[in-house]
Design a protein around this ligand. Structure first.
Ligand SMILES: [Zn+2]
Ligand SMILES: [Zn+2]
Length: 205
């Protein structure tokens, strides 16, 4: 009786020690890397995505406005120079939480900043190249990532990051739909003019 109680106690002490080590290891691995961060997939974090030019204007307002350019987050490797210090990327306030909080922190918390490669950009008041239509970047509703390796008209995604590792479609998977995606439409899906670097918050435009 005493012996089995002693054994039971020894087993539970061992379990507690194992649990404690596991919890400590997990928390120390995350320490300094947004250990208390969790993404926000509420409507504020991932708001409704409009469709067409009318929807774009309805949700984001006029192109090239102050609001289209009034949110930002810091992105490493956003310089044209791969060894630059990084840059702020600007976009519409409607996407402030989805881009600045969700997408940016997903990469950081997962230790995947190495998947980024120059350049990276958001708001840009301009026409679509070779067109008389305004670019979605003019509404601050599109972000380009890794454009040096993923130029317009390239029909695949090059997932090789700044650290030389091939991350596959990790970055597109973060931007677009499905878990842990954030509802951006991927420009690679355009048949006539694929744009693998390009992720936008509107469909059918
Ligand atoms: Zn998320
Ligand atoms: Zn773009």
């Amino acid at each position: 009786m005493t012996r089995s109680l002693g054994r039971a106690r020894a087993v539970s002490v061992t379990l507690i020690v194992v649990l404690a080590i596991t919890v400590f290891a997990a928390s120390s691995a995350l320490a300094g890397h947004l250990s208390d961060w969790t993404h926000d997939h509420s409507d504020a974090g991932v708001p409704p995505r409009p469709s067409g030019l009318a929807g774009l204007n309805d949700v984001f307002g006029p192109r090239c406005s102050d609001k289209a350019n009034n949110a930002r987050s810091w992105w490493p490797h956003a310089d044209t120079d791969p060894f630059g210090a990084g840059k702020y990327v600007f976009y519409h306030t409607y996407l402030a939480r989805n881009i600045g909080f969700n997408v940016r922190n997903h990469l950081n918390a997962a230790h995947r900043d190495g998947a980024l490669y120059p350049g990276i950009g958001g708001y840009n008041c301009r026409l679509i190249a070779g067109s008389t239509s305004w670019s979605v970047h003019s509404w601050g509703a599109a972000i380009d990532t890794n454009w040096q390796r993923n130029p317009r008209f390239q029909t695949h995604w090059n997932g090789k990051g700044i650290d030389g590792t091939n991350y596959g479609t990790y970055i597109p998977d973060v931007w677009r739909g499905g878990f842990p995606g954030h509802r951006f439409f991927w420009g690679l899906n355009w048949d006539s003019a694929p744009d693998p670097m390009h992720f936008q918050y509107v469909t059918d435009y």
